[in-house]
Design a protein. Structure first.
Length: 288
């Protein structure tokens, strides 16, 4: 934890006189690491409420904060003037929507960053600037070495502690010794008709077509092995094959919409796909 804190402090060039703001629960690693950074850097830290309106009563300039996307959305929407109290904000624990990314883009005076943490590591190991780096492209922190295995999944070695390789199930493209592009999780790959489809890539392509909550997942198919399927909680959701074909190749188009009662989320606010998929279907609609 100390090494991770030092790397983050160095990356963001945080000084002893800087003020940190924590609005994440210390029962999560993200909240705990904010406290560790303050202790390691000997910096003042303000503890805010773990709510979507966490900045409501904040009136002090903040050098560095960590938030989930929903908290940033709440700040920009309900307390836009508060955003300018922050110098640098690190986002993690959830997907940054296109709408939120657009709102962030217009806040030129604030530095927004997105963290990347392997499920297999304690804290983040790479960071991207939302203003400067292409989507899903990250710079690794100082003292770390990266590579991929035969599946194309990221591995990590800490050159400081020399604690051995940490293997992930994240499929990436190595861009340089210090940067990579995240593609998706090996766990979420759909194998259909001998081809591999990355659910995260498909979701990104069709996100502009749907306003309802959804995710892409597999269902068993007696011929193709697995079938690409769109899952939602919105019983009114309808979309045509022709509309999907405007952004997807023919073999990428989901065959059905399955309506489920609710999405199951992990502690990190991400959809637990396997548990969500295993819920009883409320309705099944063929996409025509």
């Amino acid at each position: 934890m100390r090494n991770s804190a030092l790397r983050t402090i160095e990356f963001f060039n945080l000084k002893k006189e800087d003020v940190l703001y924590s609005c994440l629960s210390c029962s999560t690693i993200a909240g705990t690491m904010m406290m560790v950074r303050a202790l390691v850097g000997n910096q003042k830290i303000i503890i805010g409420p773990v709510t979507l309106d966490t900045v409501k009563f904040l009136d002090e300039p903040i050098s560095f904060a960590a938030m989930i996307p929903a908290q940033v959305e709440g700040m920009i929407t309900n307390f836009p003037e508060k955003a300018y109290l922050f110098k640098k904000v690190l986002l993690g624990g959830g997907v940054i929507s296109k709408e939120l990314n657009t709102k962030i883009y217009h806040l030129k005076e604030v530095g927004f960053f997105q963290s990347y943490g392997m499920t297999e590591t304690i804290s983040h190991i790479a960071i991207r600037s939302l203003a400067e780096h292409p989507e899903n492209t990250y710079l690794i922190l100082e003292g770390l070495c990266i590579g991929v295995d035969e599946r194309g999944c990221l591995w990590l070695n800490d050159e400081v502690t020399n604690s051995g390789l940490i293997q992930s199930n994240d499929i990436v493209e190595i861009l340089s010794p210090t940067s990579f592009k995240w593609i998706g999780r090996w766990d979420n790959v759909i194998n259909s008709g001998g081809k591999k489809f990355f659910t995260e890539e498909l979701e990104k392509k069709i996100s502009s077509l749907l306003s309802a909550p959804f995710f892409i997942g597999p269902v068993p198919h007696k011929i193709w092995g697995e079938q690409i399927t769109l899952f939602t909680t919105d019983q009114e959701l309808e979309i045509s094959k022709g509309k999907l074909a405007s952004v997807l190749d023919d073999h990428e188009i989901p065959k059905e919409i399955i309506v489920i009662n609710e999405f199951i989320f992990t502690r990190n606010h991400k959809i637990n796909r396997s548990e969500s998929i295993n819920q009883p279907a409320i309705a099944i609609k063929e996409i025509l």
